[in-house]
Every structure is written in structure tokens, then in C-alpha cells.
Design a protein around this ligand. Sequence first.
Ligand code: NFS
Ligand code: SF4
Length: 623
Amino acid sequence: DWKPEDKSIDKATQEMIRKAEKEGIETAWDRLKAQLPQCGYGQLGVCCRICMQGPCRIDPFGNGPQKGVCGATAETIVARNLVRAIAAGAAGHSDHGRHVVLALKETLEHGTPYPIKDEKKLKDVAKKLGVPVEGRKAEEIAKDLVEIALGDFSKQDEEIIKFADAYANKKRKEVWKKTGVAPRNIDREIVESMHRTTMGVDHDPLSLVAHGIKTSIADGWGGSLIATEFQDILFGTPKIGKGEANLGVLKEDYVNIVIHGHEPVLSEKIIEAAQDPELIELAKKYGAKGINAVGMCCTGLELLMRHGTPIAGNYLQQELAIVTGAVEAMVVDVQCIMPSLVDVARCFHTKIIDTSSLATFPGAVHVKFDEMRADEIAREIVRIAVENFPNRNKDKVQIPKGKSEAIGGFSVEAILEALGGTLKPLEEAIVSGKIRGVVGIVGCNNAKIRHNHNHIVLTDELIKNDILIIGTGCWATACAEHGIFLPEYAEKAGEGLKSVCKALGIPPALNMGSCVDCSRMLVLADLMARDLGVDISDLPLAGSAPEAMTEKAVCIGTYFVASGILTHLGIVPPTVGSVEVTKLLTKDAMNIVGGAFYIEPDPIKAAKTLIDHIESKRKALGI
Ligand code: NFS
Ligand code: SF4
């Protein structure tokens, strides 16, 4: 018997799980239950389906087969599966980055409806990359940046991609070059991951994992970074501001549109269209008070960061938003979107509208997005939602009250501004010991983990110990929902951190955005390392993905490690079937790149280890 309280720690979420149960609507938790017990080979990562002689499985107890038909061992199989997961995650983020660059390219060449919004950011990025800015028009500078970014996806003869070269400090780059993991080209590293792991190529866990690390750097310091920087240029760099989070942001009397997915190229336009007076008039004609467009998952965080748009929830709340019965349309693009949304929507009047040429959902309404006609298509989508309002069955509507206010918008630029132009005040607080260190928390929800539980418990425990938290993704939404992103939450922090938060008027945990914005954390860490004249691996930092789920999270964790950061995982990854790979990831990596993985499902225990790690880094720095 799996109670709603055990599925999520959040009241609004529990209420909707209960409603779903009562109405016989199947959700992720029901489907997880139906999957149990999950396959032990899969959990260990010792199953190989790479060629059609398989599937081959290695017996972890040593009684059955120890090799696949081709002779591959558990070590090879686990390493190959891991590299493929990293490559897939890198592909997701980096292809997203490419789309943003192409949107800017289209704008420059054909005038799409995406003008450059942030010229200051454009110039800052240009300067970093050595592109001249003096006396040049924004369009000219942008053209050079587009060329460099696309070159990072396509140039064949580079020693290291230009963005990583421009953004990472010298010490870090030396580590990468010395160990042979400096990425040459984003697409190339992803393709090579597939090549190396196809039948009969690379069988050495060490070279496989090394290439996985290289691919992850291509994402973190390449594709994801490019996504963030170009989004800031096109849509504005986030500034500190207020928003609201949780299912309670849906409004009973309004046309509710939930924008779910990842790419702001779409969501920015829907938000605009939802403010179109003509469409608002139409909504009123149908008896609604107006249009309430809200976000979900990472695209929701992008909107929250830039516009203060309310966010209805994180990954495990997507089905439940529809269960409220009050959603006219859920607009989706790519990544982390459950195909089951279409089935849940069938129980209500909700329309699922898929918009990406990459992602089609059987049973959804397909309105494919095209940058050139962005405004027109966005209006069409909003109109579909508005016209669906009369179909809402009022008897089926139940919107939970739960929501919280949240401060967000902590881009590196916004943090610097809040601190008076430099990181000095933060660094001094760290050196003096008021803040012991910084932990970056990222990533998903996972139906196997009580929704938001690890995120909140880990965050609480760390701030209590004077550790400042920064983070992104579904962690950020979880914190927003639980009131952690409010300055008054500093009351729950240790004395040192509390005093710093109070002096600056900031919460003890900072929302840095969506998952591609993990790049913001890298930039921040790098800045700190430069200021203190050390490498990132010397700083009192750690990372964590306490409820990791996607391949993207695997990639993020890996580039954190590759950047010299001890990174905690709250779920046992499917790599433990190989002693060698596990040792590589959790121990040897520390000596090679200065960071490693640490696996611990219990967030309290994890906090203790992260604190110890931070203290040992402080000691080594002599602070
Ligand atoms: Ni990140 Fe965003 Fe959430 Fe995980 Fe999915 S929404 S890119 S992958 S589940 S944090
Ligand atoms: Fe089996 Fe080797 Fe084929 Fe994998 S590559 S399925 S281990 S024969």
C-alpha cells in the first residue's frame, strides 16, 4: 500500500494524487508499481543489447555467464552503457543549444521575430571569445558569435572547442589537455561516443569512461553553455525577481495554458501571445476572466527566471496539472515530457499540443513550431486553448491551494550585481568561514524517490551547516514550492549563512535556472577559482543530483566531476555491476580530474559527507 504522502512530500501534489486515484486515472506511480520488481541486470547495468547476438547478461553472482557472445565483460558493458547515456544527455542539451544559435542566425539573415534583447550580454560574450565589439553593430557582433558557436558543433581541427577555451580557467584546461579529455567539437564527441560503443570497438573501461567525460565537457562547457548564453542574448539575462510555484498557480476562472518542456524559443512566444488583447477578449467572450499561462519543468524555470511567470510544477507534477481538470492546453516541445499526458488528458477536456518537429505524441494535437512564423503559430496555439475553455467540465475541477512565492533570477550577472560588481563579498564570507562552502544541486524527480523529499531534506541540512546552495532544474522548482527561495527562509540557516543572507537580502538557496543553466554554476565556480588563483577542484564546493532520473542528469553529474567537483547521486546508477567502472567514477576520477561521484540514497548521510568534503577543501586552502 503506497500512500500519497509516501509518493510526495508536497501537499498539493498529494491532493492531486488522491484525486487521480479516486477517478481511476493512472499516473507514474501506478506504472512504477506495475513494473516492480524491476530487472536486476538492468539496475546493475550488466545487460547489453548493442548487437543482435544479444541481449547478453552477465551474472553478477559469478555462477552464470561472465561474458557476452562477443566476449564483452561486465566492465565493458557497463562502461558502454554509461557512455551512451552521457552522449544522449549531451545530445539533448547541446541540440537545444544549437536551436537557439540557429534562431539567432535566422534572425540575422531573414529577420525572425527574435530581436537581440540583451546587447550588453552580447558584448560580454563576444569579449570573452575575443570578438571585437568597439564601434560594431550588434548584428555584426552576433554574426561572429553565431559562426564561432556553430564552429564548436562542426569544426574538425580544434584542440578544444572555443566556448570551453574562452570560459574555463587555465588550470582546468591544463587538466583536460593533460588527460586527453578536452572536447574538440560537440557533435564529434557525441558521435564518437556512439562509434566507440558500437559492437566490437572500444572495450577498455578506462578509455570508454574518459571519452564519456570528454563528451560531458562538450556539453557543460559547450552546448549547454551556448544555450544559456544565446538565450540570454535573445531573451534577456535573468534579474532577481519574484514568482510563484506549485499547482496552485492554476486559476479556476481563467483559460489555463501550461507550457511544458525545455526550449524558450517556444515558451517566450506563447507567453507573449497569451497577453494578446484580442485573445484575452476572446477568452472573456467564452466566459473566462482572462488567460493564465504558466510554466512547467525547465521551460517553466526559464520563464520564471526571466519574467516571473508562475511555474506549475516539476517533472512528477506534469500529469497532476491535468488532473486538476482546469487545464485547457498543455503545450509541449522536447525532453522530460511523459507520453502518458495524452492518456491523462483524455479523462478531461485538456488538449496536449506538441510543437517540436523532433517530438510527436500520438493522440496529441500537432502544431509544429517554426521560428520564421513564431508569432503566428504561438497565437494559433493560444487560440486553441481559449476555444477549448467552454469544453471544461466544472464538476471535475479541483485546483489545490498549495503554492509558494519564490525569488529567482540568479544569473551570474544578477549575483554580481547584487554583490556590488564582484564576487568579493561572497568570497570573503567563505574565507572568513561564515559560509563554509557552496553546493550546487541539480536535476530531476524520480518516481522511485518520494517527490521533492531528497531535494528539500538535503538543502535544509546543508544550509543549517552554513553552506550556500545554488542550483537548477527540478530541484529549483522543488525549493520554490517549499518556500526555500524566500529571504526569510534564512532563519533556518546556520548563524553564519543567516547573517550573510540577511545582509544581502537573499535566500539561503539561489535559483540559477533550468538544467542547461548548470553552465551558470560552472561560470560562477570558475570566476571564484580565478579570483582566488586556484582551480575549481581546490574550492570548497560540491555538487548533488539527489533525485536524478534522466540521461541529461548523468551528463551533468559527469561534467561536474570533470570540472573538479565531488558530485553526489541520490540514486544508485546502473553502473554498479562493474567494480572497475564504479572505482573509476567514485575514486580514481578524483586523482585524474579532481572530482568524483559519490553515491548515497540517504540525504542526511549525504549532507554529512558533502560537509566533510567541503571542510577538507577549506583545510587544504588554509582557510
Ligand atoms: Ni533537467 Fe529539465 Fe527536471 Fe530532470 Fe527533466 S525537467 S533538463 S532533466 S526532470 S531536472
Ligand atoms: Fe552481446 Fe557483445 Fe552483442 Fe553486446 S555486443 S549484445 S555483449 S554479443
